[in-house]
Design a protein around this ligand. Structure first.
Ligand code: NAP
Length: 381
């Protein structure tokens, strides 16, 4: 396997094809969990695009297989550009490394090495079969497209995106508790897109009690069967916030009520599955690492944490927020609850500092995306 700087040495046609493969991979977002999103472009021996593919849904063919099928005989002697190292194991589908070898591919360029211990080793298999193999081309861009899955595999818990909607002075409700709606329809539509891309949406019992949220994803222009609904999770230690008739119990998406081991849940019998968890060591609510582990065991790889402020503070204190997306409305309230509750930070030196990774105008609002400062994911393992 070649080790020189792949971006410096890559032919422009390969860089363009990898960029296209990253675009294709993104089409799978929200549909492939617990698998990654993957895109693949096959170039023929003359460097022309012969086939394209992406992993469309878990259990379905991998990106390489789609692209090889589209390329047919033109794959022979060609190059495959893949956003993730081709897998080496037989899961629900056969190993992609084998499919590439059998199709007569001469060269494989992948962006990100596969950190999943059950799938890794594809590059070595390809090289052993005599193919020219190179890794790392556009690795940062490809890793960004797969950040939820990479985070989940590396941390052995779901990727957590904390979302909030606030006034410009950082409030999520007015002093009288009214909170609908602070942000614009454009921002709210964007939140539905985030829900559809997530495997699960989590709210605390306070939000369930006050807002009675439905938490499903609705995207204008898309039919119901084109949207993957997230698992709706309410963290309700005492099982007192969710009652029969709550909107989160409607039949549009699965729901899970996380409660303490000793909670009385008789009134929820037959209404929603119950997840019993230990209480947090400080007695405030449930043990969040146990919640995330339980969700991971249910193949949840990405979580949209929708608050409220108390639960978000607890997630931050547990260092279990991987990214933050804030919708800031040009609205001032001057009083009312702040966007974030106690996160265990008492002095400025403990402040959690973030890198802003994106800013966008959504109607009158501003969306700011930021992530805690840590090394690039694909460089961690
Ligand atoms: N604008 C926004 O983006 C947004 C989003 C969501 C909510 N909100 C607003 O926020 C307000 C509700 O927020 P809130 O802070 O009162 O409630 P919350 O954060 O939704 O829920 C807090 C509750 O979650 C439970 N919980 C379970 N495990 C926990 C843990 N480990 N740590 C902390 N809490 C845990 C606790 O109650 P139990 O232990 O009794 O279960 C706790 O009181 C509402 O006004 C709502 O409109 C705004």
């Amino acid at each position: 396997m070649r080790q020189e700087d792949p971006v410096a040495t890559a032919a422009p046609v390969e860089t363009a094809a990898m960029r296209r493969a990253i675009e294709l991979a993104a089409r799978g977002l929200g549909h492939t969990s617990p698998n990654p999103v993957v895109g693949c472009v096959v170039l023929d021996s003359a460097g022309r695009t012969a086939g394209e593919g992406w992993h469309r849904r878990a259990g379905g063919p991998h990106a390489e297989v789609h692209a090889l099928r589209a390329a047919g005989e033109r794959a022979r002697g060609g190059t495959a550009l893949v956003t993730l190292e081709p897998c080496n194991h037989t899961g629900r589908t056969g190993p992609c490394a084998r499919a590439l070898i059998d199709a007569g591919i001469a060269r494989v360029v992948y962006a990100v090495a596969d950190p999943d211990p059950t799938a890794t080793g594809g590059a070595a298999t390809l090289a052993a079969a005599g193919l020219d193999v190179e890794g790392g081309l556009l690795a940062d861009e490809a890793a960004a497209g797969n950040e939820a899955w990479l985070t989940a595999v590396l941390r052995r818990r779901p990727f957590v995106l904390w979302k909030y909607a606030a006034t410009l002075d950082g409030r999520v409700a007015a002093a009288d508790g009214t909170s609908r709606w602070i942000t614009s329809p454009e921002s709210r539509a964007d939140v539905h897109r985030l829900r559809a891309a997530a495997d699960a949406v989590i709210v605390g019992s306070g939000t369930a009690r006050v807002d009675d949220p439905q938490l499903g994803a609705r995207i204008s222009g898309l039919a119901d069967d084109e949207i993957s609904q997230p698992l709706r999770v309410v963290v309700d230690s005492g099982a007192t916030a969710v009652k029969a008739g709550a909107r989160v119990l409607d039949g549009t998406a699965p729901t899970l009520i996380a409660v303490a081991e000793d909670a009385d849940t008789g009134h929820l019998d037959g209404l929603a599955p119950i997840l019993r968890l230990p209480r947090a060591a400080d007695g405030r609510g449930l043990h969040l690492p146990a919640l995330l582990q339980a969700l991971y065991a249910r193949e949840v790889r990405s979580v949209l944490l929708e608050g409220g402020p108390t639960l978000a503070g607890a997630f931050l204190a547990a260092r279990a927020v991987d990214k933050v997306v804030g919708y800031l409305a040009p609205v001032l309230l001057g009083a009312g609850p702040a966007v974030l509750g106690d996160a265990g930070i008492t002095t400025l030196t403990q402040a959690l500092r973030l890198d802003v990774t994106g800013t966008e105008r959504l109607g009158p609002d501003l969306r700011v995306t930021a992530a805690p400062v840590h090394p690039a994911l694909h460089e961690e393992n």
